[in-house]
Each structure stands twice: as C-alpha cells, then as structure tokens.
Design a protein around this ligand. Structure first.
Ligand SMILES: [Zn+2]
Length: 823
C-alpha cells in the first residue's frame, strides 16, 4: 500500500494545478418518462448499521484503493498512459481490460459522494486527464487498438468478440456517476464524445452490429439521463433491436449472428428464456428494462417478464446466484443447478441485482426485491472477502476443499464489479412513487426521500439481518397524508422464492407484526408491502417485527442436485456447513473428536434434528450460527452406505465461507442416508498417497468413490490436466508398504461441447519394482478409452508399494479422470 500513497501524492500535486470544481446535484435532465417507482439515490441514504457500515468502510478504505493499485500494477492504467503518449510500449493484458479501470472509477465516484476525499478526487482527475489524452480526435477510446500506435483499420472489425462497445458502456456509467457526484464535466465530455462517435458509426442506414457483450445499452441510458440528449436513448434502443437480426454487420456488411451465447439468436422481444452467458444476459435484461421505462415500449417488458419467470422459476440458485455452467459462463437448462460445479459468477450476481432492482421500479412489486435481497446477502457477499481484498469469480454451493478467494484475476471483471457495486448498496434501500415512500431493505441509518409534494425523512434502527426488529422513525418536512410501504419479505410470509423452485419445508404460523406509535396495525399486504396510510407527523414511529425462525428449504424435485437435500435459512441469510478444525469442543459444548466441526460432506441433517440459532460476536466478524447434531454416512468396503454415528455441526452464513482456510463446504446437506455422500471406504485407492504430474480441479476427486453418471457428469468432480494438451501425464499411488495389485479401473472425464477434455489417445499402468524404477505391467486385457463407463485393465499380479498411470493426451485436447479403482 506504500506505493499507493506515492501515487496519490504525485497525483495531488499535478491535480491541484487544474482541479475542476462544480456543484453536484445539477446532474439530472428532465425526462419525458422513466420508471413508475423512483429510486432514492444512495447519496440520500446515510448508513449507520452494524452489518453494512463496516462493509462500506472497507469498500472505501481497502477495496477501491486496492483495485486501483491492481489496475496500476497489472498494468491496466499504463495502457491508457501509453495510449496518451506518456509512455511507450505495446498493449499489455486482455483486450477489454479498460473496462476494469472504468468500473473502479465508478465505485470511487459513489464513494466520494458519501465520503469526500480530496486525494481520491484528485486521483480520478488525473486518470480522466490521461483518458482524455488517450482519446482519438474523433472520440474513439479503446487502448487495445491504440497501441503501440493507433490502428484505425482494426477498429469495429469484430463487434462479436472485441468488446469495444462493452468497454464504452462501462466508461459511460463511470462518467455519468463522476458527473453526478462532482458536477465536473471532464469525464462526461470524454464519454459523450465517444458516444457521439458510436452513434454516427452504428445506427439506421449505417453499421448495425450490436456488441457481443451487452453493457453499452445501460451506459447509453445513463448518458441520456444526465444529458437529456434523446439520441443516446435511441441508440440504446437501436442496439437492442439489432440483436437476433442480421442487418448490416461487419465492415463488409456480411457479419453473422452471434448466437444464443450472446443472446443474439432471435430478436430480444421474442426471447422468453434466459440463455447463454449470464452476465451478458442480465446486462441485456437490465438495458431492456431501462429502455422500456424511458420509452414505454411494452414489448420489452413482456419479454423480460417472461425471462424473469424462467430464471426465478427454473434457473436461480438458493443463494440468488445465476449461471450454473462454467463452460459458457452462463445458463444451463431448466432446473440444471449443480452445486459442486455451480459457476454463479460474482458479476452475474451483481447483474441479477441490477436487473431485479429495475423490475421492482417498473412494477412496484416486492417479489423482485425478495430476489434482490437473496442475491445481495448471499451470492454477492460471497464474492468478496471480509477484509475487502480477495475475491471469488465463481461462487459454488459445494466444495471439496479446492476453493479460496484470489487477490486478483487475469480477467478481473469480478473484483472491479464488486468495487463499483458495494458503495451503491444504500441506493437499493428506499424508493418513492407519487406521495408514497417505500422501505425496501432493512439497513440502519437515515434517508431523505423526495416525493411529489414533500420531503420525507425516515430513520431505521435495526440489527438486521441477525434480528427481525426494525424501528422506523418518520419525519415529513410538512405533515401530510401519504402511504409508507414497508416490505414484508417473502421469507417472513412463508414464501421462500416467488416461484415453486424452492419451498420452506414447514409453514410457520408466527406472522410479521406492525405497530404505529406503539399501537398494533394489521399489515394489509399489497404487492409484498404493508402500506400504512395516515397523516404522518414528525416523530411518528413504525415498529416492524419479522420473526426469524430457522427455516429448512426443500428444492423442487426437478432439481436433481438438491434431491433428498435441505438448505438452511434464517432471515435473508442462507447457511452452509464448512469444514473447520478450529472450534474447540468446550465452546460448542460437545464434540467427540475434540472438535465441533470437521469434514462436512458426509454429514446428514435429518428432518427431526433440533436446530438452534445463536449470535456469535467472536466468529467471522459476528455472525449467527445454526448448530445441531448431524448423522454421519460412511461407505463400507463392500460399497454399502451406512450410518456411522453422530456429530455436532455448526452452520455459518454462506457469504462468510472460505475465511478459515480451505475445506469442504455445502449449502445443501442431505436429509437422508440415500442422498448422502458417504465418507469413502478404506480402499487401496483411498488409502494411497496420490500425486499427479499436474492438477486441475481436484486430485481427491478420483478417489471419492462417487460413481460418475457419465463422462460429462457435472455433479461429480474430476482431476484433469487442462490446459495441457498433447502431453503425457501421470498419476501415482503409493502405499509405504507392498500391496498385491492385478487390475486398475479408470473412468475418463470428457467435457466435449463444454470444455477441452477428451478421452486420451492411450494409457498404461506401471509399477515400482525392487530397483525403485517404474516398469509397465503385463496387461491381459486392453487399455480402454470408452466414455461413460469404467475402463478396466487386468494384468499379471504385481507386489509393489507404488503404481503409476501414464496417460497420453490427444494432440489438440486435454484429458481428465473422474474415478480410479485399484484392485
Ligand atoms: Zn466477473
């Protein structure tokens, strides 16, 4: 962090010479129409909350400076400096890296609004000056085609893949935020100059290529909102309408459709299902919602309403994550929600929030906020470490111990997205419509809400999400009759999600209660809100009490991965079991092995297990835990699954997992022995010390004794050698003593269509002889490379302390193994 300081000082000196000033709050154009419900901007919300204040602080003091530092070191910012002529050299990194810098700038602008910070302001000024110098005369700005020199012949040659419009969209969002916060037009001018250039390149009678990665539509709507220039709105609509239509794409007009991966298979108004890359998709639906709100185009609304039903009804994880599959970083089929291989990209969760917030603003229905809250407290928060400087890209719902957050990624979309998202969280808490106000989320602090004819201040006091009591104090500028809509979350109304994808196992009778000035009022629910209308006066109070019993969640039977399994939720928080060896038995009050926790994948939580919730201020920055007694499942050497005793368990909030070292984790433990994942039997494979020439995914996977359903089984993990291709790899098994061995069975992994692993060209088994060297066994049967089955080789019995499987990969492919059995 020392380097950061130096940068700031240098920037401050440069910045003081030409720092621009301006008044914030002028940055809103008068629009003909917009969303029915108006959001209360985050800068009108002051957060004083036990749960969110520390997170906003860490975002400001750690995540934003840290992600800027990473952008300097990786070297994303240096690409701009080179393009500006301040340095020499080629472009370094990925072609769309510019977007990460814009995203962190957007987050920094949000943070500045709430916490004025001269150094940060000057740092942004400096970046903006560099970007202005890197921008081409005609407005083009994309460093990949600017280095080592401007390459005008290359630009706009591949809108499917090159993300020029995508980067521009993030620039517009950042510039609009910067202008709204500072009143300074320096960044906005860069953005509008670029947008004008894009409007004159892509439009009716010109090129018609939409971007292969949606985002520019959201950015253009933001430019329209701040400038009032309708051209930007029309361009957003134009680009949306080009999806699924050929038009005049490519420099020669012979471009092709990009397909379902980029939601470019049919026109957007004809789309009814969520397909393809999930971040692209959710940005598309967000952009469609914006354009629909600003134009009143009902066809967009009809389409995204149907797509929302598809996602929430069949493609949403219980954590709120979307995008089940890593192969396309996107949606799988309906009800295909594997846990171990769940992709749930952090960016997709953020995009899901952006989309659901807009759906709420359009329809005024709290079910969208129910989804938003589920994503926020679970799938999004999992994406960032509590210290604010480590990140998850995928957020699986089960781990065999291979997962940990990373300080950064080559493709750093997720850290930069988290950096811009967290400071904006207060902006989701309130809304208004006409004279009415909405309380959407329960976050302590104050908000000043401008309504049609009043300004209403609300202050919330709460220990949410750990406790369900919320006190709201009302202070209208002038006392008047209006409605306050207080959200009664679905989980407090026995509705797990607004679909039949997940259900609470038991119905709870205890209802949410409301009091106004100490007197009970029956909550009259409409669209998921209790609307209280009266003549509100300064000092009026609303007391909401949301009972928070522990809830067991059961998934729709069609979700194969969750069959026979249960998830735990309390309030908005989804829990997980996590392997951890640090909890002394005396603390939890029980524990046979001296520890209250350990391996968790073999635990069963029976339906009759008593569950207890307790706030633990000492654990993971203070969390509620759920404790109980699980039964254990173990596989015998004969392959039978049996119950093997009981053990106490401690479930923690899913968002807090992977803060205590690597270990097993599951959100969906089994309810029954049949659904359990037993601890492996002590087979020859299992008891061996196993090593490999290279490990991608999991070495333990090949001896977990989970029988694969097929070679492409997404529910089972594999060891593979990706990205190695055409090489010879090996897996070795050692015992420390001699064993009699006469056969080996291998189940090959093959993800053709999703990935680059295919069955190998050939393989053989070697054993260690007395000399210590490895010699091939004398095989009696062939070395098979069949898919979807065990390939067994029998050989002349050897007495050895180690064997090795040597695998020759297909020339242009990698290979992998799901399971090995040594006999
Ligand atoms: Zn991402």
């Amino acid at each position: 962090m020392r380097q950061r300081k130096q940068v700031f000082v240098a920037v401050m000196v440069a910045g003081l010479l030409c720092a621009t000033t301006g008044e914030a709050g002028q940055a809103k154009a008068k629009l003909e129409r917009d969303y029915n419900v108006k959001p209360v901007p985050f800068n009108e919300v002051r957060v004083e909350d036990g749960f969110w204040t520390p997170r906003l602080q860490i975002s400001r003091t750690v995540t934003i400076p840290y992600t800027f530092l990473q952008c300097e070191q990786t070297p994303r910012i240096s690409n701009f400096e080179k393009a500006a002529g301040l340095r020499q050299g080629k472009h370094q990194g990925i072609y769309f890296d510019d977007s990460d810098v814009y995203k962190v700038m957007e987050g920094a602008a949000y943070s500045l609004q709430v916490y004025p910070d001269t150094m940060l302001r000057l740092y942004l000024d400096q970046l903006i000056r560099i970007m202005a110098a890197a921008q081409w005369e005609d407005g083009y700005l994309y460093t990949f085609y600017s280095l080592p020199e401007k390459q005008p012949q290359k630009r706009w040659t591949n809108e499917k893949d090159m993300h020029e419009q995508y980067c521009a969209g993030h620039m517009y969002e950042a510039a609009a935020a910067h202008y709204q916060v500072t009143g300074d037009k320096s960044f906005l001018n860069i953005a509008t100059k670029n947008a004008d250039m894009i409007c004159s390149t892509f439009g009716p009678g010109r090129r018609t290529d939409p971007s292969g990665h949606e985002e520019i539509e959201i950015g253009l709507c933001k430019l329209y909102r701040v400038t009032g220039d309708r051209k930007y709105l029309e361009e957003a609509k134009f680009l949306l309408d080009q999806r699924g239509r050929l038009g005049n794409r490519g420099p020669k007009g012979d471009g092709k459709l990009y397909g379902a991966y980029a939601q470019d298979h049919i026109p957007v108004t004809e789309q009814t299902e969520a397909v393809g890359h999930s971040v692209r998709a959710a940005y598309l639906y967000t952009g469609m919602a914006d354009v629909a709100a600003l134009t009143g185009d009902m066809a967009y609304i009809k389409a995204i309403d149907a797509i929302w039903q598809d996602v929430v009804g069949t493609k949403l994880y219980v954590t709120g994550g979307i995008g089940a599959s890593g192969g396309n970083e996107g949606f799988s089929g309906k009800y295909e929600l594997p846990n171990l291989t769940a992709y749930c990209e952090t960016c997709a969760s953020i995009a899901n929030i952006l989309w659901n917030h807009r759906m709420f603003l359009m329809h005024g229905d709290a079910r969208y906020l129910d989804v938003l809250e589920r994503v926020l407290y679970n799938a999004v928060l999992s994406g960032i470490s509590m210290k604010g400087d480590q990140f998850f890209y995928p957020n699986p719902l089960e781990s065999t111990g291979q997962h940990e957050r990373s300080p950064w990624f080559g493709c750093a979309c997720c850290p930069s997205n988290v950096a811009r998202f967290v400071p904006s969280v207060p902006g989701y808490a309130y809304a208004s419509k006409g004279d009415d106000v909405y309380v959407n989320l329960f976050i302590g602090g104050q908000a000043s809400i401008e309504t049609a004819g009043n300004v209403v201040s609300l202050s919330q006091q709460t220990k949410y999400p750990w406790e369900g009591a919320v006190t709201i104090t009302v202070k209208p500028q002038k006392s008047a009759t209006f409605g306050i809509h207080v959200r009664i979350p679905g989980w407090a109304r026995n509705e797990c999600v607004p679909s039949d994808l997940y259900k609470f196992k038991e119905t709870v009778d205890e209802q949410a209660t409301l009091k106004v000035n100490g007197r009970g009022v029956p909550p009259e629910l409409s669209n998921g809100f209790a609307r209280i209308e009266r003549k509100w006066q300064e000092g009026d109070t609303i007391e909401l009490n949301l009972p928070m019993p522990i809830r067991r969640i059961i998934a729709n039977e069609k979700v194969e991965a969750d069959r026979g399994r249960v998830a735990l939720q309390r309030g908005p928080i989804v829990f997980c079991l996590e392997e951890w060896h640090g909890l002394p038995a005396r603390e939890s009050g029980h524990g046979q092995d001296g520890h209250a926790t350990g391996k968790v994948l073999n635990l069963i939580i029976p339906d009759d297990a008593e569950l207890k919730a307790e706030f633990r201020p000492d654990l993971l920055n203070g969390v509620v835990t759920i404790t109980g007694t699980a039964t254990l499942s173990k596989r015998t050497e004969e392959g039978k699954i049996v119950q093997a005793g009981t053990r106490p368990f401690t479930a923690i909030p899913y968002y807090a997992w992977a803060h205590r070292g690597k270990g097993e984790m599951t959100v969906w433990p089994p309810r029954t022995l049949e659904a359990s994942r037993p601890a492996p039997a002590d087979t020859l494979t299992y008891v061996s010390k196993t090593t490999a020439s290279f490990v991608h995914v999991s070495l333990d996977a090949i001896k977990d004794q989970a029988e694969p359903k097929s070679s492409s089984d997404g529910s089972s993990q594999q060891l593979d050698f990706w990205p190695h291709k055409g090489t010879t790899e090996w897996i070795a098994f050692e015992w420390g003593q001699k064993r009699e061995i006469s056969g080996v069975k291998v189940y090959w992994f093959d993800d053709t269509g999703r990935g680059e692993c295919k069955v190998p060209t050939s393989w053989k088994v070697l054993y260690r002889d007395a000399s210590g060297g490895f010699k091939p066994v004398q095989n009696k049967t062939a070395y098979g490379v069949q898919k979807d089955a065990f390939n067994k080789v029998d050989f002349a019995r050897v007495s050895t302390d180690a064997i090795k499987i040597e695998i020759t990969l297909q020339e242009k492919s990698s290979a992998g193994v799901l399971e090995v059995i040594i006999e």
